[in-house]
Design a binder for this molecule. Structure first.
Ligand code: FAD
Ligand code: UDP
Length: 370
């Protein structure tokens, strides 16, 4: 029997693949009282489908992943758009000609004009060493100060100059009026929600599930119990918690607190997500899930995101110290793998995986095992 620790994308994909393609038995455990990991969603008191751990928009260029997820849900096309409230105006994110025109009263109409504007405003930094340099190279000083610096300080409680360039490199800059947040070929939301998708994935005669079950609790089971002697373990929780007894230190994460508010109006926002870069506002963004799910209701629920240093581990902090510490965990993981323990997923690999990358990563692992 295989043991899968964690019922998020990584755990559910591995469980399904082991059961369906290898015909092997799998026990999936999760310490939470629900499946789906951080993609978990539910109907709130007003009957609105809302995410518990932050809004999730599916997008991918990976046709294997896209075909794979079709097997577990029908999908509703949805292209995510984000606006940012800057100097009292709503402007598109990522930066595009409309963003610049609205903020500076320019009249940029062509790609060439936008390239010229960027050429005149950005700084010639070819190999950014941190997120400030990455932003200066991409959008220039004025936009950096208005849209990115304070948002990033709120989100990370660090100056962008202290953060690795990867954080800001996630944000593209557009020379056309393209205002979709993602440009991937496939962009959609599961019609019945993410939790229903994971239920379908785990619905297999060879898969059993135990919720409210922490991996550490298994040690108290009788030594003859199959859960104590699995043929393989797939661990999708925090790698630093797995190796806690080695005392080499905790990996750092940023967390978020989500405040849900239900309003007596069918729709509030102009876009599903509005960003708030202002240092005067304590939240970073507000998302209105109905705009993405397409649900009809006379009410709407909005979710405000407040960055926190404590709480659920959401974002790995890519500082040199954390990355060095992770390297130590990675070598411990390599020796553990010889005993049949595999570390997979965003917490076990200390990576910022988008959903499609988490699916692809888990599929690649089961390919190797096959
Ligand atoms: P997780 O979802 O974290 O699952 C790990 C599971 O393991 C959890 O259920 C946990 O309870 C369980 N577990 C941990 N330790 C133990 C233990 N000791 N015993 C038992 N169980 C344990 N991606 C996108 O593509 N689009 C988006 O719009 C998007 N939005 C996001 C917004 C936020 C705020 C965040 C944080 C992430 C977002 N993502 C998005 C990324 C997406 O959430 C991840 O790709 C995905 O959740 C990764 O799945 P996973 O299974 O690796 O990890
Ligand atoms: N960011 C910013 N201003 C914005 C949007 C993003 O400064 O309006 C920065 C911020 O540091 C953020 C990073 O870009 O953490 C990545 O943004 P993304 O929207 O991808 O963040 P996520 O959805 O992962 O929270």
């Amino acid at each position: 029997m295989n043991l899968v620790v964690g019922a998020g994308i990584s755990g559910c994909t591995i469980a399904r693949e082991l059961a369906e393609r290898l015909g092997e038995e799998v026990l999936v455990i999760d310490k939470r009282d629900h499946i789906g990991g951080n993609c978990y969603d539910y109907y709130d008191d007003a009957g609105i489908l809302v995410p518990k751990y932050g809004p999730h928009f599916f997008h991918t260029n990976d046709s294997r992943v896209w075909e794979y997820v079709q097997g577990f849900s029908s999908w509703r096309p949805y292209e995510h758009r984000v606006l940012s409230l800057v100097d009292g105006r709503l402007v598109p994110v990522p930066v595009n000609p409309t963003t610049v025109n609205r903020l500076f009263g320019t009249d940029i109409r062509t790609e060439d004009q936008m390239r010229t504007w960027l050429g005149e405003n950005t700084e010639p930094i070819t190999h950014p060493q941190n997120s400030e340099q990455a932003a200066l190279a991409r959008v220039g000083r004025v936009l950096y100060e208005k849209m990115f610096r304070n948002y990033t300080k709120k989100q990370w409680e660090m100056e962008p100059a202290e953060l690795a360039p990867e954080v800001m490199n996630r944000i593209p800059v557009r020379t056309t009026r393209e205002d979709r947040y993602f440009t991937d070929t496939y962009q959609a939301m599961p019609t019945r929600g993410y939790t229903a998708l994971f239920q379908t994935m785990l619905d297999h005669p060879l898969i059993s599930l135990e919720l409210n079950r922490d991996y550490r609790q298994l040690a108290s089971r009788p030594s003859s119990s199959p859960a104590r002697n699995p043929s393989r373990i797939f661990f999708t929780g925090r790698i630093d918690r797995y190796f806690h007894d080695r005392n080499i230190g905790d990996l750092q994460y940023r967390s978020l607190e989500f405040l849900h508010e239900t309003l007596d109006t069918p729709r509030l926002q102009e876009a599903a997500t509005i960003n708030y870069p202002s240092p005067e506002v304590p939240w970073t963004r507000i998302t209105e899930p109905k705009l993405a799910t397409g649900q009809e209701s006379p009410k709407t629920t909005i979710i405000k995101e407040f960055p926190r240093s404590q709480g659920e581990p959401y974002y790995p902090v890519f500082s040199p110290g954390n990355l060095q510490l992770f390297e130590q965990y990675r070598s411990l993981a390599a020796s553990e793998q010889k005993k049949g323990v595999f570390f997979v997923g965003r917490l076990a690999e200390y990576k910022y995986f988008n959903m499609d990358q988490a699916f692809a990563n888990a599929l690649a692992l089961t390919d190797r095992i096959r």
